[in-house]
Design a protein around this ligand. Structure first.
Ligand SMILES: [Zn+2]
Length: 416
């Protein structure tokens, strides 16, 4: 049996494409694309002890190529470009086995016709030139990439998409929680402020989901708080304090958001597990999906799209999706973090979870990276399905669900 997945439509439930738009199109080259593969950059920093204790893109002390690019506003001098190139050429071979690089390599091969796991200086310059040529018409090129991947809908994190295309907006609950307390003095004020914020993002952006990325900064265990407790916390806060600076208010708003999302049939996307970056974030053990189980369970009216398979504790995410009808399993970011982990997770998910609850997303900072992760995921999915030895029709149906149908149902999307 030969499964052909490339012709299937795809719903890409999670991307951060806005990041590649931080550079001017006329400056965009290979180094920029690598810098916007933030996972690869964090891996690169992890290869050398001298970067310990700081984030790879630390604003005051970033790793070398980032400093060059930043200081030059993204358009380094010829000599600096060579230093950046040589830095990468020296370091990339250490990452050449990783799934992050494999996804990048798949993208470069198909999109720029450059196939090489280990770049030479000449190949670097050639690929860099090809990228610069394409970026002369950046938005058009990006739409072409999504069309080539047959991606019918791509979720845009966060806010309004910066270009026309098959995008739908997602907003982060962190936007609301990062607000100053201002004149919110009690729970009623909090309800009012939250409802008006949610009304405005629903009206103005027609959002498709609300994202909770809270485990980047806090324990996933969200505690039920009483009104009295929250009223007291708000009364104690200064006007300039952010809402998230109070643990009680932070917890309370998470529960409020889940209730409101349930009432509005708005899906909640939740980051679980391993965090992007190197150093300044939350401890791994506070990020796992099972930490949030009581929160998920007390909001049976809401639907939670659980991201990243609680990497590397994917068994938790698989088990939660098996147990709870309102919990979904999203494989976004897993294949490029570890292809073999993605394979194990998918195998277990197909064994244990209804297939209409399994879906995909790229979680990339550039369309190239999204495309590469899609191709990597498709190869994993194909291998996993073919190894099951089930009738072709059964495998094709599973591929349909995972690549687009599950997301189409969960997010009420039309795929035509
Ligand atoms: Zn993400």
């Amino acid at each position: 049996m030969e499964l052909d997945l490339h012709h299937l439509p795809v719903i890409d439930t999670h991307e951060h494409i806005e990041n590649v738009y931080c550079w001017r199109a006329e400056d965009m080259g290979l180094a920029h694309l690598l810098l916007e593969n933030h996972y690869l950059m964090a891996l690169l920093a992890a290869s050398d002890h001298k970067y310990a204790g700081r984030e790879w893109n630390d604003p005051t002390d970033p790793i070398e190529p980032v400093a060059f690019m930043r200081d030059a506003g993204g358009a380094p001098l010829e000599q600096e470009r060579e230093l950046i190139r040589d830095f990468f050429l020296e370091r990339l071979p250490l990452l050449s086995h990783t799934s992050d690089w494999k996804a990048m390599e798949l993208a470069f091969g198909e999109l720029y016709d450059v196939r090489c796991m280990l770049l030479t200086r000449r190949e670097w310059d050639d690929l860099d030139r090809r990228i610069r040529t394409r970026y002369a018409e950046r938005a058009e090129w990006h739409r072409d990439i999504f069309a080539l991947g047959n991606m019918k809908t791509v979720f845009w994190c966060y806010g309004a998409p910066q270009i026309d295309g098959p995008f739908r907006s997602v907003v982060s609950l962190g936007d609301f929680l990062g607000r100053k307390r201002g004149d919110i003095h009690d729970c009623d004020g909090l309800y009012e402020a939250f409802d008006s914020w949610l009304d405005s993002v629903c009206d103005e952006l027609d959002i498709i989901a609300l994202k909770m990325g809270s485990v980047y900064r806090r324990d996933g265990a969200i505690i039920v708080r009483s009104r009295q407790e929250v009223d007291a916390a708000l009364a104690e806060m200064a006007e300039g304090d952010t809402l998230m600076s109070s643990a009680a208010v932070d917890d309370f708003v998470h529960d409020l958001a889940a209730s409101r999302a349930g009432e509005r049939s708005l899906v909640i996307q939740v980051h679980t597990g391993y965090l992007a970056g190197n150093s300044f974030e939350n401890e791994l053990q506070k990020t796992y999906a099972a930490r949030m189980e009581p929160f998920f369970a007390r909001h049976s009216e809401a639907r939670f799209d659980v991201f990243h398979g609680s990497f590397p504790q994917w068994g938790e995410a698989v088990t939660l999706a098996r147990r709870y009808p309102n919990i979904y399993l999203n494989t976004c970011w897993v294949p490029s973090t570890s292809e073999s982990m993605a394979e194990a997770m998918l195998r277990a998910a197909l064994d244990a979870v209804p297939v209409n609850k399994i879906m995909w997303g790229g979680d990339a900072h550039s369309p190239e990276m999204a495309f590469g992760i899609l191709r990597l995921f498709e190869s994993v999915l194909k291998r996993v399905l073919e190894a099951r030895g089930e009738p072709t029709r059964m495998c094709s149906q599973a591929a349909d669900w995972i690549l687009w149908r599950s997301a189409a149902e969960l997010y009420s999307l039309d795929v035509t």
